[in-house]
Design a protein around this ligand. Structure first.
Ligand SMILES: [Zn+2]
Length: 127
């Protein structure tokens, strides 16, 4: 499953559409399930945007020793498109100085996969 929209590069989001899991992009408003591709009504897209904006976006720091830790970046900061990973890297450094993330060389900062997001939030998401 791709982690980013192949049209605009935005992170993909998983939603539950009447029991059918769909993966799509808020920017393009194209949502794909196993057998269908749909566009959502504008009100739904707006609602999803608001929901998403209220969230912090999780990133994963991969350490030199092979361990990894999840940390959150405010959605407003991570909404910077292609610069989001750069911002996340800076936030990770600040968090290490503050002791919120363990010390050690961070080899890579990446977005969680959809599978990891589902693990973090559960199938239905938060609230
Ligand atoms: Zn897109």
């Amino acid at each position: 499953m791709p982690e980013a929209c192949d049209r605009c590069g935005a992170p993909l989001m998983e939603i539950d559409h009447y029991g059918e899991p769909l993966t799509g992009c808020l920017g393009c408003n194209i949502w794909r399930g196993k057998q269908l591709v749909i566009q959502l009504p504008e009100e739904d897209v707006q609602a999803l945007r608001k929901l998403r904006r209220s969230f912090k976006e999780e990133f994963i720091a991969e350490y030199e020793d092979g361990t990894q830790e999840v940390f959150a970046v405010l959605q407003s900061a991570s909404d910077q498109g292609p610069g989001a990973l750069e911002i996340a890297r800076i936030v990770a450094g600040e968090w290490q100085r503050d002791g919120k993330l363990k010390p050690g060389a961070i080899m890579k900062v990446r977005r969680p996969s959809i599978e990891e997001l589902i693990e973090m939030y559960g199938k239905g998401g938060r609230g």
